[in-house]
Design a protein around this ligand. Sequence first.
Ligand SMILES: [Zn+2]
Length: 279
Amino acid sequence: MSEIYSLLKNKIEELKKNTKYFIAGKSQLGEDIIAFEIGSRTDKTILVQGSIHAREYITAFLLIEIIRYLKNFEIDGRVIIVPLANPDGVRICLEGYEFIEKKEQKEIVKNILKRSDRKLYKANANGVDLNVNFDANWGQGASNFFDYPWYENYVGKYPNSEVEVRTLIDLTKKVAPFLTLSYHSKGNVIFYGFEGQSKKSKENEKKYLEVIVDKTGYAPIFTQNSTGGYKDYCLLKLDIIGFTIEVGNDYLSHPIGLEQLDSIFNRNKDLIIELLKVK
Ligand SMILES: [Zn+2]
């Protein structure tokens, strides 16, 4: 196992010892998708997920630090955090295909990595880009790719075809958050809104967006030409406000090195607490 993946696994195991958690589902290769739970007010929940894109695994490390930080506070609400929504993809990005035991997925990933750079891998073990696989105007994004499994942008055979996608949908329905945050890298921007969202969510999202801009200093951008993402699904199908937060300077290359973690953490650590204060 690569140094970084084993570090990530160890940090999650460490956290499990002293933090409330549950297994939200299993990845394509059978890895647990773990949800940590802080606070107990089930009527006031924020759901946060990271690393749905494999090469953006710095967001998993970020969310682990945020969980540890939040435990120092009595929070007025509940936060459900999934640091590693795409465990198989992250391991592929760090190690390649050799560790994969399932024949079909091993072949898929081996074929992709023959013609692409492992370090840029975004997809899951089926070569599906999970953040374009959600059933929210699926297949209508400008960068969508339909032909075959690929390291990025392949939408899958049909909407919600991937187990990691269905896991996040089931989890969201189960914990019924009023707001979701999706952590990605990079660009220091916040994507908000989605064509077809309800008037009510459009009106409500403003006050939360203001807090995110204020706390992080990232620039807000209305979502255009991009579909099938988790926050798109939240807005379009569940009428839940969602934001995608892209951390890290745009001049950094993928995957962003862990030496950036401290500065990214400092810009994001208090965000959830502030969002829970919004009336
Ligand atoms: Zn991403």
